[in-house]
Design a protein. Structure first.
Length: 468
């Protein structure tokens, strides 16, 4: 469905409900293919969603209505104008992940665990009609493990014994699907990015994958999320809190048994997550997932040191190899100049977008073609944006200077965040028709202003099309 049709469908329902025409803004999506739009007016702000998977939409809407009626904090559904679109409560832009590491992070994390425990222990006879998936079983465990093998181990070039890996997979699968494993309504992807914070309270989203399954899986997904900045002490505290709250909620729980099941799920979930990072990062080259791989490998190394891989000798050996590969990368990285390097470049749109040699993807691209072009005049055709005559031409008016200053303002938040988080590479590109005058001038001026503002940043300039 085209963007205009999606917006039209969502707007029609909004106008019927509030008798006002909303302002529409497309929001940045997460890891899924769904698209989100904020519709706002003086009356209210709502979020509209569009998803190609009709079944998934229906499951989410029905579960949302059910969970809300059960007292779980989920967005309320306003309407579903078409089978692929629906309107729901606007929960804002702040997820629990954004607040981890802040003073309120642990308190909110425990409130989120409170919601999870209530979610997991709703009576099965009430929710079984609303879930859209079969119970988590041996088949799902094998899918997760093969996801790890084919989307992470093989693309990473890890050499392993196929027979021994399959033996480990069988032992792990048998332990996961044991009759003694505590079951409940399994969230399947309970993590801090799927918990929004509104008015100081956690609100759950993205639970359409829910099904009957091992409750310990969700606890591990949340507490041991690879990118979550919990300390080891905080993770242990949250594990104990989850066990305590679950014990209070249902009487059949033995705390020691649940703790052992959590340890087993740490292995499965970490392998599944590495498979996801391999697919999204190594194969699709999405920077966020690539950056998450070392954290997940560190978790697996910790679990190995704690003896959780003793029953899985080939996985234990693979974990050691992965850890050594990461240490080699760090040692190699330390040989290079530390700190953030911003690569500023100019290019011609005729020859396409510039490549990213860092492999991180992302960055910023600014289109200079709206600026008055000196290349249209004969006396400037043989010159570039570095020549005084072209600089003088472009600076007769404030147009070009204002454009560069606006670009700098747009990139400043990312530069600050990259510095705070220790990232090493950011790319900023300026494009024009020929890549010779306006884009070169803008790249040069931007690089100079950036260096003045952030002297600790290394700035490299590359003009792809500039004539010698």
């Amino acid at each position: 469905m085209e963007r205009e049709e999606i917006i039209r469908n969502l707007t029609e329902v909004y106008e019927i409900s509030y008798r006002e025409k909303p302002k529409v803004e497309e929001l940045t999506g997460g890891g899924s293919s769904r698209r989100y739009f904020r519709l706002s007016s003086e009356s209210d702000s709502l979020v509209g969603a569009y998803g190609e998977d009709k079944k998934e939409n229906e499951i989410f809407i029905n579960l949302c209505l059910f969970l809300g009626a059960m007292g779980i904090n989920v967005p309320y559904i306003v309407g579903y104008p078409r089978e692929h679109t629906y309107l729901m409560e606007d929960l804002g832009d702040v997820s629990l992940f954004d607040l981890l590491g802040h003073p309120e992070g642990m308190r909110l994390s425990k409130l989120a665990i409170d919601q999870l425990v209530e979610f997991q222990n709703l009576p099965e006879e009430l929710w079984e009609a609303y879930v859209g998936f079969k119970p988590f079983s041996e088949r799902q465990v094998k899918w997760d493990l093969n996801y790890f093998k084919y989307n992470f181990l093989k693309p990473m070039g890890v050499v392993f014994d196929e027979e021994r890996v399959e033996n480990d997979f069988e032992r792990l699968t048998e332990a996961i699907v044991s009759e003694n494993v505590y079951q409940g309504l399994m969230y399947r992807d309970f993590q801090s990015r799927n918990v929004m914070i509104k008015q100081g309270q956690p609100c759950l989203i993205d639970f359409q994958g829910a099904r009957k399954g091992p409750i310990a899986y969700d606890a591990v997904s949340f507490i041991w999320q690879a990118r979550a900045p919990f300390s080891l002490e905080e993770r242990v505290e949250l594990e104990n809190y989850y066990i305590k709250k679950t014990k209070e909620r249902r009487g059949d729980i033995d705390e020691e048994s649940l703790a052992k099941q959590i340890d087993m799920m740490k292995v499965l979930r970490t392998l599944q997550v590495l498979g996801a990072y391999g697919f999204r990062g190594i194969m699709e080259r999405k920077a966020h997932f690539l950056e998450s791989i070392p954290n997940a490998i560190s978790n697996l190394e910790l679990f190995r040191d704690m003896g959780m891989l003793e029953k899985f000798p080939e996985l234990e050996r693979i974990s050691s190899e992965l850890s050594e590969k990461e240490r080699d990368k760090k040692r190699e990285g330390m040989k290079k100049e530390e700190g953030l390097c911003v690569r500023v470049g100019s290019f011609s749109y005729k020859r396409g977008y510039p490549s990213d040699p860092s492999g991180n993807g992302g960055g910023f691209i600014f289109d200079c073609r709206g600026i008055h072009n000196p290349g249209r005049y004969e006396e400037y055709k043989h010159l570039t944006g570095k020549d005084p005559e072209v600089i003088e031409f472009l600076e007769r008016e404030d147009e070009a200077k204002n454009f560069v200053e606006a670009a700098l303002k747009a990139t400043e938040p990312s530069v600050r965040r990259y510095l705070e988080r220790g990232f090493t590479s950011l790319q900023v590109g300026f494009g024009c028709t020929g890549g010779q005058h306006r884009s070169v001038y803008c790249a040069e001026r931007f690089a100079r202003l950036l260096k003045e503002k952030f002297p600790e940043v290394k700035v490299e300039i590359h003009h792809r099309e500039r004539r010698k």
